[in-house]
Design a protein around this ligand. Structure first.
Ligand code: SAM
Length: 276
């Protein structure tokens, strides 16, 4: 295991048993491993961690092990002014950018959140554009049936965090996924007309990236989608923007640039649209 991962759940288990062989998951629930505890030291991946260090493990944080110590999977970037953290949930983790999660995780888990988004563009086939890569969940699910997935992520810090996430492994290893560490706002201008069968547009909230909700960008999405292609456009939760709903404006904009059958679906918190 390249990066063993520890959360509060695993730390508590080690602290309860305190000695002998303890079965825990070192990959956020994908598999189980046996950890030996001897003389108040936990032996994980040829490293020895003091048992008392596990007392300091915080909720909502994932840790890896480096130089016999627990290291949070988190970083601050001077360039962006953001603090990035891999945030554990009941299934797949999310990533927070200065405390803003990039997936729904309370009403719906990140796994269920991704599944509802992918269902919107089913059947997923042909060439898929995933505009905003994040932890790569939408790309990974789409790649199961698509011929090819092309994805963009402008922030290298997000990809650095994703490299620690076992649920993002396929993003970096699957041959039919191409990751471009570039800004989709610039790169979309270089994408050819009618070249994608499906588009997943899963931007951060409007506050973070208003340009990704602009009419100019929607025009480009329309241009690069093939005839009978389907777009899914995430649009932040109406409950949080009560009184000034964003999605009706986005629905209108998508219609104005030419999309048909434009419908907002509360289940996926987003809009499905077709290019006829
Ligand atoms: C909501 S997350 C996407 C989650 C992703 N669909 C997944 O399955 O993990 C949005 C991501 O878009 C990235 N982003 C924001 N603006 C971007 C841009 N202009 N071009 C490319 N990526 C961008 C953010 O850094 C963030 O990682």
């Amino acid at each position: 295991m390249e990066h063993p991962l520890i959360t509060k759940r695993e730390a508590n288990k080690l602290l309860i048993y305190r000695t002998g062989l303890v079965k825990i998951s070192l990959d956020l629930g994908i598999s189980q491993s046996e950890v030996a505890i001897k003389n108040n030291l936990a032996h994980i991946n040829n490293q020895k961690i003091k048992l008392k260090d596990f007392i300091k493990v915080k909720e909502n944080t994932c840790y890896t092990i480096e130089n016999n110590t627990l290291k949070p999977i988190a970083l601050f970037s001077q360039d962006t002014g953001l603090y990035y953290k891999l945030f554990p949930t009941n299934d797949w983790p999310t990533i927070t950018l200065s405390s803003t999660p990039m997936h729904r995780y309370s009403s719906l888990s990140p796994k269920a959140d991704t599944e509802t988004k992918i269902k919107e563009i089913s059947p997923v086939k042909g060439i898929v554009l995933d505009t905003c890569c994040g932890l790569g969940y939408t790309s990974i699910l789409a790649s199961k049936t698509a011929e090819k997935v092309i994805t963009f992520e402008r922030d290298k810090n997000v990809l650095a965090i994703a490299r620690f996430n076992p649920y993002s492994n396929d993003l970096f290893s699957k041959k039919n996924i191409t990751i471009n560490q570039k800004d989709i706002l610039d790169e979309i201008l270089n994408l050819k007309d009618s070249s994608f069968d499906r588009i997943i547009h899963d931007p951060p909230t409007f506050k973070y990236s208003p340009d990704l909700y602009s009419k100019e960008f929607h025009k480009q999405l329309y241009r690069i989608l093939k005839k009978m292609g389907i777009l899914y456009h995430y649009c932040s939760c109406p409950k949080k923007t009560k009184g000034n709903l964003l999605f009706p404006r986005i629905v209108n904009q998508l219609k104005e640039v030419g999309f048909n059958h434009v419908e907002y679906h509360e289940s996926s918190s987003g809009i499905r649209a077709v290019k006829e």
